[in-house]
Design a protein around this ligand. Structure first.
Ligand SMILES: *Cc1c(COP(=O)(O)O)cnc(C)c1O
Length: 495
């Protein structure tokens, strides 16, 4: 299996090379040249564990890894760091199946991919004979940063630098990052929003002079954002897993479709579901849920991606991990839906960069028919959390609540109450304790940490181990930088 760029350069890479590099030379994103079919008969996988399923699914994409190498990566990643009985849990509430992906170290779904990425990365470096140090640059809307820091902390041959928007993450999220231990970890707040952080990181990647400067010091850049295909592929596994578990539970029979609802920001998680369908998992609708920053809802409904100032404002919401206007992985969907037309994708992405707006061609608009786009405003999100808790005793975080609200809208609009539906539950409610507690009528409290305690005593839901005693940990990272000074911060970190 080789990897090619979404922007049309013909150069093909192995999985290991694509993982190390992060982003293609022509600024495109790496995608598998074909999406592999499921490497098993789905019926035969009943009763298999998360690890067994993930081994086969991820292995099908990265077939340049030997089975010993892949086994080493899977075993290292999905161990007792995950507190769920089988890495993830699927819980039924309010007429949907909640796929809880947040039982790892940092209490968000980012752990699913970022606990394996360091293993994939170091194995790839070994395979490719890379002796340079790899510096992982990461822009975060709150959850990727911490999960990447935990994944790469003290991994030899790597440095990790994380940029998060000041005031753009929850108090718990910020404290998780700035208390990170590990000699190779570096965290900076930037004056700007997530899009500024992500654009800044992309700019550094595309700066050839900076790359040469680092190369002279034996350093190579890579990414832990979902632009790295090593982040994306591990996420495909849990959609395959969900289907198999719903079959086991008699919710559906092999061949019957399910719906998937994903609270979406950078479009990585929902794209992984799309890849799962391309592999052969029967999926009826991809329900793409946004918050007040509803650029994707509008794109799905109109085929026009429009982030022009004056047309669209950036909102800081109570689901901050989705406060994104430039949704990177959409590029990979455009590539697939346009029939792998790299020139068209390049044109659209350049247009977005310059004019801040593009209209998808007809081929792409047709493909968008498999998607349903909807959004939940902040107040609706809180109402949804409160109602679910009081009626069903099920506690959702703000992002998951955005998804559930949009699912309810979907059912109302389409009448589709029949298709079993999996909702990607992306974070522990405790990461957004203040919003969730308020939604359940708990508080007021004096800060985010007191909300954690109050929420726990009112609901009896256990606080994830990674979030305990955060307020007592020493703050180790204090840097704040301007969005246009990020390269200097990287220099500083690498000294
Ligand atoms: C990152 C994140 C999202 C958005 O996922 P994408 O893959 O960027 O679309 C949603 N919810 C939470 C809690 C997240 O951390």
């Amino acid at each position: 299996m080789k990897y090619e760029s979404t922007r049309g350069s013909r150069l093909k890479k192995t999985g290991a090379q694509a993982i190390i590099q992060g982003i293609a030379e022509d600024k495109g994103l790496y995608v598998p040249e074909t999406i592999p079919a499921l490497p098993f008969n789905i019926e035969e996988m009943k009763g298999k564990s998360y690890k067994e399923i993930a081994f086969k699914v991820i292995g099908a994409f990265f077939d340049d890894f030997t089975s010993e190498e892949m086994g080493y990566c899977i075993d290292g990643a999905y161990d007792s760091k995950f507190t769920a009985s089988d890495v993830v849990e699927i819980k039924e509430a309010g007429g949907a199946h909640f796929l809880e992906l947040y039982h790892g170290k940092t209490a968000a779904f980012k752990d699913m991919a970022l606990s394996i990425l360091p293993y994939l990365m170091t194995t790839s470096m070994k395979k490719e004979g890379v002796t340079d140090k790899v510096c992982i640059l990461t822009a975060t809307s709150g959850d990727t940063g911490k999960a990447a820091l935990e994944g790469f902390a003290d991994v030899s041959g790597t440095e990790i630098v994380v940029f998060y928007p000041t005031g753009g993450v929850s108090q718990v999220q910020e404290r998780q990052m700035i208390t990170q231990q590990g000699a190779n970890t570096h965290v900076f707040a930037i004056r700007g929003n997530f899009d500024d952080a992500q654009s800044g990181v992309k700019k550094i990647f595309n700066d050839d002079d900076f790359a040469s400067e680092l190369a002279a010091h034996g350093v190579k850049l890579s990414s832990a954002n979902s632009i790295n295909v090593g982040r994306l592929v591990p996420q495909v596994a849990y959609y395959v897993y969900s289907y198999i578990k719903l079959m086991e539970r008699g919710v559906l029979k092999a061949g019957e479709p399910m719906n998937v609802v994903v609270p979406t920001g950078n479009f990585g998680n929902i794209l992984a579901a799309f890849y799962a369908r391309e592999m052969g998992v029967p999926i009826n609708k991809f329900i793409c849920a946004s918050n007040d920053n509803k650029v994707l809802t509008d794109f799905i409904n109109t085929g026009v991606y429009d982030i022009r100032e004056g047309v669209r404002k950036f909102y800081c919401t109570n689901s901050p991990s989705m406060d994104i206007l430039i949704s990177s992985n959409l590029e990979r969907l455009l590539y697939l839906l346009s029939g792998r037309d790299g020139q068209t994708v390049r044109g659209l992405m350049e247009q977005l960069d310059k004019e801040k707006v593009y209209e998808a061609p007809a081929s792409v608009r047709d493909g968008l028919g498999d998607f349903y786009g909807g959004f939940s405003l902040e107040k609706e999100t809180l109402d949804t959390i409160g109602k679910m808790w009081s009626e069903n005793g099920y506690l959702m975080d703000t992002h998951t609540a955005v998804a559930y609200k949009v699912y309810q809208d979907y059912v109302k609009e389409t009448g589709d109450t029949e298709t079993p539906t999996v909702i990607a539950s992306t974070a522990s409610a405790y990461k957004f304790a203040e919003s969730v507690a308020s939604a359940c009528g708990i508080g007021p409290c004096k800060d985010g940490f007191e909300y954690v305690t109050a929420l726990a005593s009112a609901t009896g839901v256990e606080v994830p181990y990674g979030l305990k005693d955060l307020d007592k940990k020493p703050v180790l990272h204090k840097g704040v930088v301007d969005a246009d000074k990020m390269a200097d911060a990287v220099r500083e970190a690498l000294k």
